[in-house]
Design a protein around this ligand. Structure first.
Ligand code: C2E
Ligand code: CA
Ligand code: CA
Ligand code: CA
Length: 275
């Protein structure tokens, strides 16, 4: 037993070593991933709760690693965020998403996720303006999604960026609402256009009395502040009926469609819009 215990310790530490080495390798690989054209975007439809029709797509990044295959953002965004390579990756994602959306019918909008590092790195609004200019996308068709981790440097810098984006005509959504600690104070101080209810709240919402009350209250807050309210993680007809019933404006989730390749998204758009 003693020997076994020893072996286990050895195994565990060598596994840790391997995991550490993999992390380090991925961290290095991330710096070249854009240049090597390994990053690509998928587009998930967001439907109007009223009509059930898509009017916006959220761009979601994926990494096609030469040896490991397709890696989802959950497995590399944090790493890229910590090392700083997210600034280049996120900048690429914004430009690629705007370029794609510029080829869609003008009533369709595009939402892009922005990480805290991008907000902190120099003049983010100027970068957005340059991308819009270069891609020809009308500013009103772009939405930027910001999560609570963006406020770690304080609310004021974020409020300033949001004001600049508004001047450009770009809208801003508060992503993953309800998962963090400072959601409410940031709502007080930052004039978001949209509130995205996190999927963890949506999943519990259906059938759970307390969760239902929380969701209803969020919609009330959104209304009072003049914000569009959207819900993510809508997986079933029951979710849809419930969320529509409490007054959520738009819905995103597997029930309306998974993230699609650019080609699939174009197919869906042609089918729905006939062009
Ligand atoms: P998010 O912004 O909350 O994006 C929604 C996530 O939920 C996506 O995961 C999407 O595929 C997934 N999802 C969609 N519908 C459903 C559903 O009905 N049920 C469930 N359970 N999940 C659903 P994904 O694509 O793996 O992205 C994970 C996270 O990675 C995103 O969460 C976002 O925070 C981050 N991310 C993605 N793309 C980018 C990017 O370009 N830049 C930055 N900074 N972060 C990104
Ligand atoms: Ca998002
Ligand atoms: Ca989200
Ligand atoms: Ca989320």
């Amino acid at each position: 037993a003693k020997a076994g215990g020893k072996d286990q310790v050895k195994l565990a530490s060598s596994e840790d070593g391997a995991a550490f080495a993999l992390r380090k390798q991925l961290e290095l690989d991330l710096w070249n991933a854009v240049e090597k054209e390994e990053m690509f975007l998928e587009y998930q439809p967001v439907a109007s709760a009223r009509t059930g029709e898509p009017f916006l797509f959220e761009a979601l990044v994926r990494w096609r690693h030469p040896r490991l295959g397709v890696i989802p953002p959950a497995d590399f965004i944090d790493l890229a965020e910590q090392s700083g390579s997210i600034v280049g990756i996120g900048g690429w994602a914004l430009a690629a998403a705007c370029r794609e959306a510029a080829g869609w019918p003008a009533e369709l909008r595009i939402a892009v996720n922005i990480s805290p590092r991008q907000l902190e790195a120099g003049d983010f609004p100027a970068w957005v303006a340059a991308v819009l200019e270069e891609t020809g996308l009308a500013p009103g068709r772009l939405e930027v999604e910001i999560t609570e981790s963006a406020y770690r440097g304080g609310l004021e810098p974020v409020a300033a960026v949001v004001a600049d984006l508004h001047t450009l005509g770009v809208t801003v959504a508060m992503d993953d609402f309800g998962t963090g600690y400072s959601s409410l104070s940031s709502l007080q101080r930052i004039p978001f256009d949209k509130l995205k209810i996190d999927q963890s709240l949506v999943v519990r919402g259906h059938g759970d009395k307390r969760a239902v009350s929380v969701l209803r209250s969020i919609v009330t807050i959104g209304r009072a502040l003049g914000m569009h309210v959207t819900a993510e993680g809508v997986e079933t007809a029951e979710h849809e009926a419930f969320l529509r019933g409490i007054g959520v404006d738009s819905l995103q989730g597997f029930y309306f469609g998974p993230p699609l390749s650019a080609k699939q998204a174009m197919g869906l758009i042609k089918e729905r819009f006939g062009r």
